[in-house]
Design a protein around this ligand. Structure first.
Ligand SMILES: Nc1ncnc2c1ncn2[C@@H]1O[C@H](COP(=O)(O)OP(=O)(O)OP(=O)(O)O)[C@@H](O)[C@H]1O
Ligand SMILES: [Mg+2]
Length: 282
């Protein structure tokens, strides 16, 4: 959660982050709209598909500070704002990073797992900040107003996309733009493994092809995120064979992997290359 001492910084830019064209365009429009008033964007997509990275990139590309808050762990309404502490027998109020972030012009605020607070009341004060009046009253800090140009990105975790948005108060949901992210098409994922994990293109392609076979296995499809193919590629980068890297990264029987490898021997090219042309670096 952080305390007042936490700095708000512009995050580093990821030079190898790809997004679909239309997502990039949408983010540019969000930036323009944020000049008029604060904006809320809901980012939904499966685990490890790049949600957090996209939020970070938005801040980085637009030279804005970023602050991230785990909403999923909140258990009381005022918890984001600060807490009473004891020092030398006296109590004092320690302000946290959240009130500072929302009062910082242009700040990008990432709210993780907004659909899963431990206590539903924990969202109450957050709701005031996200809805039209963009302000909240706290006994300790008084009246807090959201600064100009602030952009809130709320992310939802895997499989919760719809449950999650349903769970948000309807009036609040109504105030969010939505951005849906998906896993990358094969050719772009291959490029990402090559660029980020430093494996050569041939190995990157093999990893993506095997991952896709497992993902598209009609009997037992596996969810394998970009995060995970990157982990596998990094393992190969430090000397593992592709097979060893898969076995040591996923719960996968040797038999299944062998049969995938066999079937790929006869078709070593990009499978279902998809719409990679519509992607670009962000
Ligand atoms: N489109 C992409 N281009 C380049 N790298 C990507 C892309 N998508 C994901 N990655 C990489 O995969 C890893 C996981 O991404 P990230 O943490 O942003 O996913 P997430 O959707 O926030 O995951 P979670 O659901 O677990 O919060 C990061 O190392 C990220 O850089
Ligand atoms: Mg994330």
């Amino acid at each position: 959660m952080g305390s007042d001492g936490d700095k708000l910084e512009i995050p580093a830019h990821d030079e190898n982050f790809f997004l679909p064209d239309n997502t990039v365009k949408n983010l540019d429009r969000i930036k323009k709209l944020a000049k008029r008033h604060p904006i809320n964007v809901l980012v939904a997509g499966k685990q490890g598909c790049g949600k957090s990275t996209m939020v970070r990139q938005f801040a980085s590309v637009n030279n804005r500070p970023l602050a991230t808050f785990q909403i999923g762990i909140l258990s009381e309404p005022g918890q984001l704002f600060g807490e009473h502490r004891l020092k030398g027998g006296e109590t004092f109020y320690q302000q946290f990073l959240f009130p500072k972030a929302i009062q910082t012009p242009g700040c990008v605020i990432h709210l993780e797992e907004i659909n899963r607070p431990e206590h539903p009341k924990a969202l109450n004060m957050l709701f005031s900040v996200l809805s039209d009046d963009r302000s909240v009253w706290t006994d300790e800090l008084g009246h807090i107003k959201v600064a100009d140009g602030v952009v809130f990105f709320a992310t939802l975790n895997e499989g919760d996309e719809f449950v999650g948005t349903e769970m948000l108060d309807a009036a609040l949901r109504d105030r969010f733009y939505v951005s849906l992210l998906d896993y990358l098409p094969s050719d772009i994922e291959t490029k990402v493994l090559n660029l980020k994990a430093g494996v050569d293109e041939a190995n990157a392609l093999t990893i993506v092809n095997i991952a896709n076979k497992l993902r598209n296995n009609s009997q037992e499809p596996m969810i394998i995120s970009t995060r995970h193919t990157l982990m596998i590629a990094e393992m190969v980068g430090v000397g593992a064979s592709v097979k060893e890297a898969f076995i040591n990264s996923l719960q996968l029987s040797n038999d299944i992997l062998e049969s995938v490898l066999l079937s790929l021997h006869v078709e070593m090219r990009i499978k279902g290359a998809g719409n990679g042309k519509e992607y670009r670096l962000y």
